[in-house]
Every structure is written in structure tokens, then in C-alpha cells.
Write a new protein. Structure first.
Length: 179
């Protein structure tokens, strides 16, 4: 009987540690999404083409919904929804802001630079959501995983749209420079 109780105590401790780690990762994701909202506003104001501006605007609205879903995840796992600073995202955001300042004010090349900066951010968010989904499933929190999957798919779709716009705009820029 004593062995069984030790095993259960060890299992409970591991689950507690996993919940704490998961909560910390959610807090970091909340920070990332809120910082992304700030950057997207800045990117949107600096777009050269209306198509990219519209895509970023649409993703900004999706991100607002993603933040709401994240807060719901916090409620479902009974963790206080707060942000945890992410050094990685801060570096990406600083780099993105530097890119915005470096690009010329009225050219397609500025859009190309905005797309590259946004893609870096999207890749990181996709990776974070993928990890969070796997953790939620490991913890048996299918309801949380389902919410995170919605965010994951929106991030993935946004990244695909950026690729499409980027390929089209970079190709046009390249053709224009050759004539």
C-alpha cells in the first residue's frame, strides 16, 4: 500500500510540474500575442500595398480573438492569466522595428521587408502553439488543445497568406527592376 501511495504522490508532483510549465508557456504566449498586436499596428501603418495592409489588419483582428482564447485556456486550467516576458520575441520585435525604420518609405521593397519580419514572428508563434497543443493533450486537456489549435491554424493561414503576397510582390519587384 505504501508503494502505491508513493507512486501516486510522484505522479501528482509530475502533473503539478507539467501544469506549472504549461501555465508559464501560456503566459509567454499571451505576452507574445499582445506584443504582436503592437507590432502589427506599426506594420500596417507602414505598408506600401493595400493588399499587405489588409492582410495584416485581418491578422491583427484574429490575434485579438486569439488573446481571448488564450485567456479562456487560463480559466480552463485554473491559472491566473498574466504575461511572462519572452526574450526571444523581444529580440524578434526589435529586429522587426529596425527593419521598418531601414526600409524606404514608398516602395514594394518595404513590403517585402515587412513580410519577412512578419514571417519570422509567425514561424515562432506556430512553433509555440504546436508545443502548447502537445502539452495540453499530454495533460488530458482536450478542450484547451482545441482552442490552441484554432490559434495555430490562424497563424498558419496567415503565414501562408504572407508567403503568397511575398512571392507575388517580390516577383513583380524583380521583373520591374529587369525592364
Amino acid at each position: 500500500m505504501e508503494q502505491k501511495e508513493k507512486h501516486q504522490a510522484t505522479k501528482a508532483k509530475k502533473q503539478g510540474m507539467l501544469k506549472e510549465f504549461f501555465g508559464n508557456q501560456l503566459k509567454e504566449m499571451l505576452y507574445i500575442e499582445n506584443k504582436s498586436l503592437e507590432l502589427m499596428q506599426e506594420m500596417e501603418e507602414n505598408c506600401y500595398t493595400e493588399e499587405l495592409e489588409d492582410a495584416i489588419n485581418e491578422h491583427r483582428h484574429q490575434t485579438e480573438k486569439q488573446v481571448k482564447r488564450l485567456k479562456k485556456c487560463f480559466r480552463l486550467i485554473e491559472v491566473e492569466p498574466e504575461e511572462k516576458k519572452s526574450v526571444i520575441i523581444d529580440n524578434l520585435l526589435n529586429e522587426s522595428q529596425a527593419i521598418l525604420k531601414e526600409a524606404s518609405n514608398s516602395s514594394r521593397s518595404k513590403d517585402a521587408l515587412i513580410i519577412i519580419a512578419a514571417q519570422k514572428l509567425e514561424h515562432f508563434e506556430i512553433a509555440m502553439y504546436n508545443g502548447l497543443i502537445q502539452l495540453a493533450l499530454t495533460m488530458g486537456k482536450e478542450d484547451v488543445a482545441e482552442l490552441l489549435e484554432k490559434n495555430y491554424h490562424e497563424e498558419y493561414d496567415s503565414e501562408c497568406l504572407l508567403n503568397s503576397i511575398g512571392e507575388e510582390k517580390l516577383f513583380i519587384e524583380d521583373e520591374e527592376s529587369q525592364t
